[in-house]
Design a protein around this ligand. Structure first.
Ligand SMILES: NC(=O)c1ccc[n+]([C@@H]2O[C@H](COP(=O)([O-])OP(=O)(O)OC[C@H]3O[C@@H](n4cnc5c(N)ncnc54)[C@H](O)[C@@H]3O)[C@@H](O)[C@H]2O)c1
Length: 388
């Protein structure tokens, strides 16, 4: 066929071809709130068979699958499901509350099943190290559920730093939070120690950390001086409880609703961080990244919802003139949850590295754990991460 000269001007788009004849057999562990997002994204993929699910609450997994019209075998916990070898599972999504992340991920690794693990990776650094060990021994992959990584604006932060335009990065201020926003959508699993283990730190703090640490290549954290408090969640008159008619939630609140920290990272980088589920201010400020050649301002962002808070600004010098360059927001229709699920499935099918690897997120967890321990001790502590 004769060449259409206009075709030369078409943009070349690299579309991944999905081999739908090769299906990934998936199970879902924990069928609560976030499991619904996993389910919707799996249903958007042509090469997935959802074959099983598990939940500790009797009848919950059955009701979950019925809601989506999916026929899947249901189990009373992750263990029974992973023990059933007839399922021939390739992968599981772990959508349980934070306290059971480690035991579910480690058991899945021991059974040779790949894992998409919801964030935070777990609760303590010790658990994170056990997860890494199990992953290494199994040869399977664990990818951690940070969907904002797949946002084009978030990718732009990393591209800007990788370009070298900031020079050597030496100081980062990040974090964020809500004026009133303690999550109790379906009960108290986010606020009780037995289920959540960490409050604002584990829910949204880990996202703020991932946004900047991923951009600068995840340097090792060395020391931390941390603070945490719970002045809002423990009040029966907290507005969220009053709105729900649940003042008794105050007694169940056992985690942090605010945390702040000063963290020293390898390479002489300082990280100044704060995170809030509730505070008496609208925002604790923008994220700023200072380098020897330039600075980047990322407008105060609820990055846990997936993207930056507005157009970013680059402060630099051109021929001796101080200059600001606005980085326009990149608009995209792509669903970040779909991209998170797709990247995980591709890694499982191709035997490649996890898209959000535990080798990086181990450092994220070490910082959360360090803030917690430093706050309990009331002083700066060293973060010791054994080689693994
Ligand atoms: N990526 C995101 O945007 C996002 C958003 C919300 C929550 N999350 C994360 O997802 C996780 C779950 O949050 P959620 O709001 O869905 O919680 P949820 O309390 O609604 O659901 C968790 C479910 O896991 C079940 N469960 C716990 N341990 C289990 C086990 N061993 N075997 C089987 N089932 C088990 C519980 O019975 C519960 O039904 C949390 O770690 C949270 O941080 C991520």
């Amino acid at each position: 066929m004769a060449e259409n000269i206009l075709d030369r001007f078409k943009e070349v788009v690299n579309e991944t071809v999905i081999d739908a004849s090769k299906k990934v057999r998936v199970g879902i562990i924990g069928t609560g709130w976030i499991a619904e997002a996993h389910m919707l994204s799996y249903l958007n993929q042509p090469d997935v068979e959802i074959v099983a699910g598990a939940d500790l609450v009797e009848g919950k997994a059955e009701a979950f699958f019925e809601k989506f019209g999916v026929e899947a075998k249901c189990y009373p916990s992750h263990k029974e499901m992973l023990d059933d070898e007839s399922l021939k599972l390739d992968a599981v999504s772990i959508c349980t509350y934070n306290r059971t992340h480690a035991e579910c991920a480690i058991y899945a690794m021991q059974k040779g099943v790949n894992v998409l693990l919801e964030k935070p990776m777990c609760v303590t650094l010790e658990e994170a190290l056990e997860i890494r060990k199990a992953e290494k021994e199994s040869g399977k992959i664990i990818s951690v559920g940070f969907q904002p990584r797949f946002d084009e604006n978030m990718k732009m932060i990393k591209k800007i730093i990788d370009s070298g335009v900031l020079g050597k990065v030496y100081y980062i201020q990040t974090g964020g939070g809500r004026r009133r926003g303690i999550p109790t959508p379906f009960g108290t699993t986010f606020i009780e120690d037995a289920t959540a283990g960490l409050g604002a730190l584990g829910d949204i703090g880990c996202y703020s950390l991932d946004m900047v640490l991923n951009a600068i290549g995840y340097p090792k954290p060395l020391t931390v001086s941390g603070y945490k408090s719970n002045f809002f969640g423990t009040r029966p008159d907290y507005s969220g409880y009053v709105a729900k008619g649940k003042p008794e939630y105050a007694e169940k609140f056992q985690v942090d609703d605010f945390a702040a920290a000063f963290i020293r990272l390898d390479g002489g980088i300082i990280l100044d961080f704060r995170i809030a589920w509730a505070m008496n201010i609208d925002t604790p400020g923008d994220t700023i990244i200072l380098g020897t050649e330039g600075g980047l301002r990322i407008p105060s962002t609820e990055c846990w919802n997936g993207t930056v808070g507005g157009a970013m600004k680059l402060y630099h010098e051109v021929c001796g003139q101080q200059t600001e360059t606005e980085i326009p927001i990149i608009k995209s229709d792509a669903n970040r949850f779909d991209l998170k699920i797709r990247s995980f499935l591709d890694a499982v099918k191709n035997g490649t590295e996890a898209p959000v690897p535990t080798s990086q997120i181990l450092y994220n967890q070490a910082i959360l754990d360090g803030i917690f321990k430093s706050a309990e001790a009331g002083r700066e502590i060293e973060i010791e991460i054994p080689e693994c």
